[in-house]
Design a protein around this ligand. Sequence first.
Ligand code: SAH
Length: 261
Amino acid sequence: MTLSDTPPLSSLLARTRIVLVETSHPGNIGAAARAMKTMGLQQLVLVNPKRFPSAEATARASGADNLLVAARVVESLPEAVADCGLVLSTTARPRYLDLPVTPPRDAASFAAAEAGEAPVAIVFGREQTGLTNEELLCCQRAIRIPTDAGFSSLNLAQAVQICAYEWRLAALAGAASTVGDADVLATAAELAGLVEHAKRTMTRVDFFHPERPKRLPDRLARLVGGAHLRHTEVQILRGFLTAVEEALEEAGESGREVSGR
Ligand code: SAH
């Protein structure tokens, strides 16, 4: 394969989507589409764009306007990534949540090797404020493009370009997936379902108090997201939680004693 080849559609490029969250400037959406198309990425998802469609976006896409026409517009990040086996945030600066942070090159190799055939999302934040903590918790890893420490914030479309380039290099390197069908990663929706189920069960055994959540929900989401759980592993954990709930129900009012607390 030469450097200008288009890899087969089943490749990393075909199953990777770029998600732009609440982009303010339509020009950035167009420039991001152009950046994607040059590297062979096709799927663009826009979460609540401020202005879209827009003539400015089309102009800045410079021939990549077919990606804009095909772009999916959704209302929330969970909706944009529900079916993804791997969701990667991008961030210009360290955040309190402290997700594992990798440069785009490592993230691309990880996606090629570990995500099987699952859709992969790379999520980009708002021009002014980036991604919220809640949005970061929808993601399993963070990508940071290494920059000068004193000036770390790239233009949105330029950040898309750098990530897309690294994805293309990983695709061209032909990094074969090492993951079998049985090992397919859990989707973002399955992980969110596990976190909610765990919170419900923890509430029933008095371990978690929704009225005083403290940092437990964040830590739980981070723990579940960072574990790269397989579909089957999520099923085991949910089966266990259901068994705990059933045991509590059987124990009736004395159910709280089952928790040993
Ligand atoms: N002031 C914002 C920067 C937003 S820049 C902040 O501090 O978060 C807009 C978006 O471009 C970011 O949300 C991120 O998706 C991407 N971006 C900019 N610089 C980046 C970098 N160095 N590494 C990774 N992504 C970056």
